[in-house]
Ligand binder design. Sequence first.
Ligand SMILES: *Cc1c(COP(=O)(O)O)cnc(C)c1O
Length: 398
Amino acid sequence: MTLKNGQQYLAIPGPSVMPEAVLRAMHRSAPNIYEGELVEVTESLIPDLRLVAGTEHNVAIYIANGHGAWEAALANVLNEGDTVLVAATGRFGHGWAEMARDLGIKTKVVDFGRKSPFDPDRLEKVLREDTDHKIKAVLATHVDTSSGVLNDIPALRAAMNAAGHPALLMADCIASLGCDRFEMDAWGVDVMVAASQKGLMTPPGLGFVYFSDKAAEARKAMARVSRYWDWEPRANPDYLYQYFGGTAPTHHLYGLRVALDMLKEEGMENVWRRHDVLARAIWAACDTWGQDGPLTINVADPSHRSRAVTSLRIGLPYGPKLRTWTEQNAGVTLGIGLGMFEKDDPKGEGFFRIGHMGHVNPQMVMGALGAIDMAFKAEGIPHGAGALEAAAQVIAAG
Ligand SMILES: *Cc1c(COP(=O)(O)O)cnc(C)c1O
C-alpha cells in the first residue's frame, strides 16, 4: 500500500519543477524554423536572458546541458597549453577543471574542500605569484551544487584586481542563475555559463554562455575555435540557424519564453527574495531536526549557503532510507549526495540534497519538509521535534 498517488514533486537540484505554463507553451506542433513566429520568439529571448544575468553584453545559446556550456565557454577563449586557475568548492568545480584538462588546458586547482567557500586571499596570492601572467582565466562555481556552497564572486573579482591580474573571470552559474543574486556586469564577470533546467525552469537541453567584450576580444585572438562551439555567430546571427549552429531547439524556445516572462513579471529582486525565505525555512527545519539526531547542513555558515540547493549529511544507513521513504510513500524525490564520499561511506550515500530552485513556493517547501519529517518517524531516524513549526515561522515572518 502506498499513499503517494497525487502530484509528484522532484525536489532535486535540477532538473527543477517545470511550471504548467512552460509545459503548455511547449505543447504545440512544429513551427517554421525559417521565418515567422519562432524567429521573433528567439530574438525576444536575448534581452531577457541578459536581464536575468544582470548584463548588457553578449549571450550565446547552445543545444546542450551544463557540461556543453562548460566546454563551449572554455573552447572560445583558451588554447591547448594555456593555464587556468580553478577555485574548487565541490564536485562541480573539479568537473569543470577535468573538462579543461581534456581540452589540453593546464589546470592549477586550489581545492577549498567540500564544505567551505573559496578564500579570495588565497587566490589573490596565487595570482600575485603568477608574475608573467601565464594564467589566462580563473574558473569558479558561484554555487557548487554538490556541496551547496555559495561563493563570493565579487570578492574574487576584487582579489584579481588587487593582484593586478588580467585573467578572465569565468563563473559557473548553472545552479544559481534565477535563484541566488547574480549581477554579471556589476560583479565584473567575463564569462558566465548557465543552463535551462535549474532556476530557468525549462527542461534540460539549453546551455548559455554569456561573455563580456573583453572575453569577445580574447575569442578574436584565438588561433581557431571549433565551428560548433564558436560563440561569435551565435551571439551575432544573421539567420535563425546561426543562433544554434543548425536546427533551432524549437519547443525549448517556447518554454523558455514563458519561463522568462514569469521571472520578469515577478522581478529578479523578488525572485531572489523568494528563494532566500524558502531556503531559510528549510535550514530552520534542518537545524531543528539536527538538535536531537544525526542531520547536519553541510555548510555551517548560512551566509556561505546557496539558496538554490541544500546539501545535508545524515550518515548511513539513514540517507538511502530517508530518500527511499519520501519517494515511495510521499511522492517527494530528494537529491542524492554527489561527490561527498567519506572513508566509511565510499559512495557518499550518507548525504542527500534538497533542491529548492526555480518554480517553488511555501506549500511545496512545506510539503517536502513534511515528507522528510514523516520519513524520520516511519524509519525511526532520531531527530529533534518542531522542525515544521520552525520552517513555518520563517515563512510567516517573510
Ligand atoms: C547542474 C550543474 C552542472 C552540470 O549541468 P548538466 O546540465 O548536468 O550538464 C554544472 N555546474 C553546476 C554548478 C550545476 O549545478
